[in-house]
Design a protein around this ligand. Structure first.
Ligand code: KIV
Ligand code: ZN
Length: 532
């Protein structure tokens, strides 16, 4: 039988501890609203006693996001009255408030960090739970550094705090030291004993990723009886981060045969949540990160693309639609084979090409792919058009695709404190178009100018820049998302000049919109040739 696993999201507490990831109140509210859409069971909204700002953010989230019966709101407290009061006074506005108390259990925490005896620490924990219970019925107790603690002391602590009224026992692998088999055994032992003390208490785990084991340890704990998991989006968190929510959830979904457990997560909101958090916190997701990385569903090798086109199961274990993506992505590069290129052409409605036509087009594709990193759909249109133009077979009535696409010719961007501005020259077919305008910064000026020239009503919703190599030849990689008539378009580009990379990315997005327009108005005969 399949068991429900509670998902406790700590992106706004452990995740926000990442240096530089601090969010303001509105950003925290946006993240919390999105976590609610994702359908997490519990949001840890912050560490209320740490600052007035954190207190206020937890309070607002409790009021505005915790206003329904389907979600718990909590915040972290050390085992001291002032912290517990701060949590209580900030979470009490939620329909389901929860107090979360943490106190160390390992010898190093007890003896070195607190410089107290084990029994003194145990009593502090019990008193903290007893006090929290006078304020709220739901209290979680975290046995910090449990995976390195002496087991009998850890169990004595758990038994005592459960008797004092704790409703959730959380077993953290605080330093990411645990190993899956050993952590599974620890959870199994605690689970067996806990059931005999109080089988209504939820057993939870919180794993860190210092050895890259956070997801594996969390899953091992689920197999051993854990009822609840603590995770963050994109696995962000202190040091190497926490167990990644999307990895744990999709493992349970994909391998239900192994785990016999499920969560209530709305998996279709995973990508959206990941992007929102990555953008707001300025923490880029590693490109090959499982589930939410840019390449997680992108297939580039010719052998894989061919296999996927024959049967998706050959190289795909999760349908990308399940996590909120549109579909698998077959990236067209010089390594793509004929099958992938033919498939891409068919998707653009070039489905009646003869073998001779296709071979000529494939040759031109390889030439371009050797010169460019990736070949896009608008490039394919131009390749096909050029091929037929060159072979003198062009039907006079056909659409001249290249007349509609934009190409960057030149740009000048001025960055200063008073009036950042940009001037841009682009080509649209044979037409040379120019424009210039100001903006709140150089990118705003650049994008406003290109948008004005294109006459499309575009909204930039995401802009991300990173370096992909080192030294003087370093390439700037720009990834953007724009919205046009309610549809979102992602685009990217690289160049040693970051302004050029930014302009190329924006123009790629515009060309994708134009491709979409062609497809929507596609009359399949638009590329017939004189001889059929
Ligand atoms: O890593 C840890 O032990 C924690 C606790 C507060 C659960 O973050
Ligand atoms: Zn932690």
């Amino acid at each position: 039988m399949s068991r429900k696993i509670w998902v406790f999201d700590t992106t706004l507490r452990d995740g926000e501890q990442v240096p530089g990831a601090k969010l303001n109140l509105n950003e925290k509210l946006e993240v919390a609203q999105q976590l609610k859409k994702l359908n997490v069971d519990i949001i840890e909204a912050g560490f209320s006693a740490s600052s007035a700002g954190d207190f206020n953010a937890v309070k607002e989230i409790a009021e505005k996001v915790g206003n329904t019966d389907d979600i718990f709101i909590t915040a972290l407290a050390r085992a001291v009255k002032a912290d517990i009061d701060a949590v209580y006074h900030s979470v009490k506005y939620a329909q389901n408030p929860l107090i979360h108390i943490v106190l160390g259990t390992s010898d190093v925490h007890v003896e070195k960090k607190f410089r107290k005896s084990k029994s003194e620490i145990l009593n502090i924990g019990v008193d903290a739970v007893k006090y929290a219970k006078t304020l709220l019925p739901n209290v979680q107790y975290s046995t910090e550094d449990a995976s390195r603690a002496d087991f009998e002391y850890l169990w004595a602590t758990i038994e005592a705090v459960v008797k004092a009224g704790a409703t959730i026992i959380n077993v953290p692998d605080t330093c990411g030291y645990a190993e899956p088999e050993e952590f599974g055994e620890l959870i199994s032992k605690i689970n067996d004993r806990l059931k005999n003390v109080n089988d209504h208490v939820l057993l939870s785990v919180h794993c860190h990723n210092d050895l890259g084991m956070a997801t594996a340890n969390t899953l091992a704990a689920i197999k051993s009886g854990a009822d609840k998991v603590e995770c963050t989006i994109n696995g962000i968190g202190e040091r190497a981060g926490n167990a990644s929510l999307e990895e744990v959830v999709m493992s349970l979904n994909t391998r239900s045969d192994a785990y016999h457990a499920y969560t209530n997560i709305n998996t279709k909101e995973i990508m959206n949540t990941s992007r929102i958090i990555s953008n707001l916190m300025g923490l880029e997701v590693q490109v090959n990160k499982a589930i939410t990385g840019e390449n997680a569903f992108a297939h580039s090798s010719g052998i894989h693309q061919d296999g996927l086109l024959k049967s998706r199961e050959a190289y795909e274990i999760i349908n990308p639609i399940e996590v909120g993506l549109e579909d698998m992505e077959l990236v067209l590069t010089a390594r793509s084979g004929r099958h992938a290129v033919k498939n891409a052409l068919q998707k653009l409605s070039f489905d009646s090409l003869t073998d001779t036509h296709f071979e000529g087009i494939f040759e031109a594709f390889l030439e371009l792919a050797d010169a460019k990193k990736e070949v896009y759909n608008h490039d394919l249109y131009v390749i096909v058009e050029n091929y037929f133009a060159k072979h003198d077979n062009l039907n006079q009535n056909m659409t001249h695709y290249s007349d509609h696409f934009f190409e960057l010719i030149d740009l000048q961007v001025i960055s200063n404190t008073h009036f950042p501005s940009a001037s841009v020259k682009v080509k649209k077919g044979d037409e040379l178009l120019e424009g210039s305008s100001g903006g709140s910064g150089p990118i705003d000026a650049l994008y406003s100018t290109i948008a004005e020239i294109s006459e499309l009503d575009l909204t930039l919703i995401e802009y991300n820049i990173s370096s992909v190599s080192r030294g003087k030849e370093a390439l700037g990689k720009v990834k953007i998302q724009v919205e046009y008539r309610g549809e979102k378009y992602m685009a990217k580009a690289t160049d040693t000049d970051i302004m050029k990379a930014s302009a190329f990315a924006f123009i790629n997005a515009i060309n994708s919109i134009i491709v979409d327009h062609f497809l929507q108005n596609s009359n399949r005969a638009h590329f017939t040739t004189n001889n059929g």
